[in-house]
Write a protein that binds this ligand. Structure first.
Ligand SMILES: C[S@@+](CC[C@H](N)C(=O)[O-])C[C@H]1O[C@@H](n2cnc3c(N)ncnc32)[C@H](O)[C@@H]1O
Length: 271
């Protein structure tokens, strides 16, 4: 016997949401199934997994489809920004969904498209550094190192695999802390911002404080890896530093309306 497809909209998910272990686990399972039962989402995620093009859970694909639909319905167009691109899983998915659902989506991204490799001093020196250097320890504990690879080539190939044009992405090449980049973006606003860059406490707090005000009222900020405070046992909870940093968001004018695994969805309060 096949079960009925899980089809609620974002508004329906939010209305039904309860931050309990049972609800979080069931929702994560239902959205995982929703991704694998949707041919477009499943094909995109399968490619990501086979080619090791990204992190996160399959459930997030189904969440993104709902977030883009909700933003398009509410605002007519969707300006979506990702901080921390890695190999382009999310920006390619947004672009694909925009094309497939005929949505007006302008995808923007801030990322160095460069590795931040762990300094290689051999095991003993690395162990000593871990014991003695607080920032090094925080970066290790919060998954903040990335191998040196040609990320731009990989992201371009990722887009090409789906017949998408990477040239349509507004790419801001660099770090979210770069003063010149922030100056370029000073007047920009977005309907969706995905914060998935620097995973240290200071880095995540900086991104929330700097980019939170760029979310239009009623728009959404999604924090990845931020679920350590959530009840539930069916999903990975993320990193301690980012989970601590999201505690700043209510004071920045956001309400936590939904959580899917370690992806936490915050909506900007009305002006
Ligand atoms: C966890 S990965 C992103 C994964 C990607 N969002 C996905 O879902 O596949 C984090 C990325 O953020 C980048 N990064 C680190 N610090 C950053 C910063 N301050 N600004 C922008 N990107 C940053 C890293 O180079 C890395 O590519």
């Amino acid at each position: 016997m096949t079960s009925a497809p899980f089809t609620p909209t974002l508004a329906e998910l939010v209305a039904a949401y309860r931050n309990t272990a049972e609800h979080n686990d069931a929702l994560h399972r239902q959205l995982t199934d929703a991704t694998w039962n949707d041919p477009l989402l499943a094909a995109h995620r399968r490619h990501v997994e086979q080619e090791q093009l990204g992190f996160g859970d399959p459930a997030f694909h189904a969440l993104w489809a709902r977030l883009l639909d909700a933003a398009a319905e509410k605002f007519g167009e969707v300006r979506a920004l990702e901080i921390g691109v890695f190999k382009g899983q999310v920006i390619s998915l947004w672009s694909l969904l925009g094309r497939a659902r005929d949505l007006r989506v302008q995808v923007s991204a801030i990322s160095p498209l460069a590795g931040q490799p762990m300094p290689g001093h051999g095991r003993l020196l690395r162990w000593l550094r871990y014991r003695l250097a607080r920032r090094f320890r925080e970066r290790i504990d919060n998954g903040d190192f990335y191998a040196a690879e040609d990320y731009e080539r990989i992201v371009r190939a990722h887009f090409a695999h789906h017949g998408l044009d990477f040239g349509r992405v507004r790419l801001h090449h660099g770090y979210s802390t770069d003063p010149a980049l922030l100056d370029q973006l000073r007047n920009e606003t977005y309907h969706l911002i995905y914060v998935d860059g620097d995973h240290t406490l200071a880095g995540a707090r900086h991104d929330f404080a700097t980019f939170g005000p760029k979310v239009v009222p009623g728009g959404w900020l999604i924090a990845d890896d931020a679920g350590c405070d959530l009840p539930g046992s069916g999903f990975w909870k993320g990193h301690a530093a980012v989970s601590e940093a999201v505690r700043d968001l209510p004071a920045l004018g956001f309400t936590n309306v939904l959580n899917v695994g370690h992806n936490r969805v915050y909506q900007r309060n009305p002006a």
